[in-house]
Design a protein around this ligand. Structure first.
Ligand code: G3P
Length: 214
């Protein structure tokens, strides 16, 4: 499974790229609003650091406006994927952009039907938001299970990005279900790498090593 960082923060992205585990990045308007650098400058810098796709989100709501906005975003760097919220206008835009070879990440997916339509319109990625479903007492991971099964049934090439990840178990369950990608906030990425027994083990080994005769 590929791991993307769900962040627009250049320091976080540089850090995780340095771990050797970064496959891509997803941003959204809320994440971009936290950064002091200008939007385009920041996206270009993220693209230069990231070995795979970087999602940058369109904010237009009508297909005729989404398409030129997406084309402009796609020109920022060769590894841009344009993020477009699912909906009738989003589907129309995705179809046109896919025909031009622009990678579309259809976002704010909360049902398998939305994911299926996004794939049929030509989206390269779909982003189901599992944490936000869990937040309203639904089962986010059950949605991943449904989408993965449907895409497998028909050999659909659209990749499933498990988004709105809240904790390490979300990442592990996504991998167990065969999701293509999890996009992980920096804090969860740090939790994934750590285990208290690893820290205790290292301390013990070092303490015992001091007793070894040289
Ligand atoms: O990038 C989109 C998604 O991951 C947002 O997550 O935590 O705002 O629900 P969250």
């Amino acid at each position: 499974m590929k791991l993307f960082l769900d962040s627009a923060n250049i320091e976080e992205i540089r850090e995780v790229a340095g771990w050797g585990v970064l496959d891509g990045v997803t941003t959204n308007p809320s994440l971009c609003s936290k950064e002091s650098a200008g939007f385009e400058e920041n996206i270009r810098a993220i693209c230069a650091l990231t070995p795979g796709p970087v999602s940058a989100e369109c904010v237009s709501l009508q297909a005729d406006a989404i398409v030129p906005e997406a084309r402009a975003l796609a020109k920022l760097a060769p590894n841009i994927a344009v993020k477009i919220p699912v909906g009738v206008e989003g589907l129309k835009a995705a179809k046109r952009l896919a025909a031009e070879g622009i990678a579309v990440n259809m976002t704010l997916i909360f049902s398998a039907g939305q994911a299926l339509l996004a794939a049929k319109a030509g989206a390269r990625f779909v982003s189901p938001f599992i944490g936000r479903l869990d937040d309203v007492s639904e089962d986010g991971m059950a949605l991943i299970d449904e989408i993965v099964q449907i895409f497998d049934n028909y050999d659909i090439k659209t990749e499933v990005i498990v988004a709105s990840v809240r904790h390490p178990r979300h990442v592990i369950e996504a991998a167990r279900l065969g999701a293509d990608i999890a996009t992980v906030p920096f804090g969860v990425m740090e939790k994934l790498v750590r285990h208290p027994l690893t820290d205790i083990g290292v301390e013990r080994f070092l303490a015992d090593w001091r007793k070894v005769k040289k």
